[in-house]
Design a protein around this ligand. Structure first.
Ligand SMILES: Cc1cc2nc3c(=O)[nH]c(=O)nc-3n(C[C@H](O)[C@H](O)[C@H](O)COP(=O)(O)OP(=O)(O)OC[C@H]3O[C@@H](n4cnc5c(N)ncnc54)[C@H](O)[C@@H]3O)c2cc1C
Length: 321
């Protein structure tokens, strides 16, 4: 996320510059081809994903499930070059969904519309997501990518939702438009995952200050949980590692008496693991998103941008044997 941290002048400007460079790197095709071949980068990324194959992800999902933590699994990739490539991705997801069912795992799926052909037509992405949802056991979440794709992604969700209620959509709290989008989706009892937003966006499209984004996230979470209690929403997923926002969500859910199967916190694998353990022992509903796949570079750069201190970890891997 390219937001400005309010606490700061000097040092935080440098952090903002580093963040911006990492987000720039996330869109650079040359780096995406080159960097994954370096051993130290591969070692560093392991912290955020158990492996590159679907089996790596499902093995970890089974292990976490046995420990009481359900998961969401996603295959990393975006912006495919052809409809045929998108169809192969859909086939891969269908195979994954079939294995999840066979093994009886509590695993939802999360998909990126441009990985499933959105840039080749809304109908292409709709067809592929419907095909995946047909096989899947639980919710199929539709990720939200850069702002250029928001309208078409909402259109994809709308079309799939017509035929299957087991589809969810991600909304990004940093976008100025999100409050209106939520309003427009509510009449259709949507499943929504709320995130802060991970892409580099201009200030007329997304909020710049961290305090504004946090406030927007807090407001949208409270609204969604209340709508859920009133039966006007499907599942509510509050996807953040931010302890204060997690505590606020828990407080609202408690105040309105929302049962624990009506909402959950979602976090990314390998991030804020202490907090994940704390939530499990406090019996706060938690689901963890596990990623796999070879095309992890853009996604990994976005994870580094969220916390530039992670760059130090990458550098440590450079000197580690
Ligand atoms: C389940 C899930 C699905 C997501 N799907 C999408 C999506 O579809 N579209 C989209 O735009 N974004 C998505 N995101 C990413 C999201 O937009 C944020 O970029 C990301 O969650 C970081 O923001 P935060 O809410 O944790 O808050 P922040 O304010 O960024 O972080 C709060 C605290 O969490 C910890 N933390 C956060 N990120 C990291 C990290 N990378 N490494 C180490 N510590 C960290 C730090 O302690 C930090 O102080 C998703 C996130 C999750 C958890």
């Amino acid at each position: 996320m390219g937001t400005i941290d309010d606490r700061s002048p000097g040092l935080l400007n440098e952090v903002a510059m580093l963040r911006s460079s990492l987000l720039w790197a996330s869109t650079n095709p040359f780096l995406a081809r080159r960097m994954p071949s370096y051993g130290f980068v591969r070692r560093a990324v392991r912290r955020f994903m158990p492996g590159e194959t679907p089996e790596d992800a499902l093995r970890e999902a089974a292990r976490m499930g046995a420990g009481g933590v359900p998961t969401v699994v996603t295959w990393l990739g975006e912006n495919v070059h052809s409809v045929a490539e998108a169809r192969d991705v859909a086939d891969g997801y269908r195979a994954l969904a079939a294995t999840v069912k066979e093994r009886g795992l509590d695993v939802e799926l999360s998909v990126k519309p441009t990985h499933l052909g959105l840039e080749h037509g809304v109908d292409v992405a709709v067809r592929h997501i419907e095909a995946i949802a047909e096989v899947a056991r639980g919710i199929v979440w539709i990720d939200m990518e850069g702002s250029a794709h928001v309208d078409s992604t909402l259109a994809v969700w709308g079309a799939v939702r017509d035929r299957t209620p087991d589809v969810g959509i991600c909304l990004q709290a940093y976008l100025h438009r999100t409050e209106n989008d939520l309003e427009r989706l509510l009449p259709r009892t949507p499943n929504i995952r709320l995130v802060k937003g991970a892409y580099r966006e201009p200030s007329d499209i997304a909020m710049e200050r961290k305090s504004q984004v946090d406030e927007s996230f807090r407001r949208l979470t409270s609204r969604m949980l209340r709508e859920r209690a009133a039966g006007r929403m499907g599942k509510v997923a509050v996807a953040t590692h931010d302890r204060r926002l997690i505590a606020d969500a828990g407080r609202v859910a408690f105040e309105i008496g929302l049962p624990s199967d009506a909402w959950e916190i979602e976090m990314l694998y390998g991030i804020a693991t202490e907090e994940q353990r704390r939530l499990v022992s406090a019996e706060t509903p938690l689901r963890v998103l596990i990623s796999y796949g070879e095309h992890w570079f853009p996604w990994y750069m976005r994870r580094l941008a969220e916390r530039p201190a992670n760059v130090g970890f990458v550098l440590k891997q450079l000197v580690a044997r």
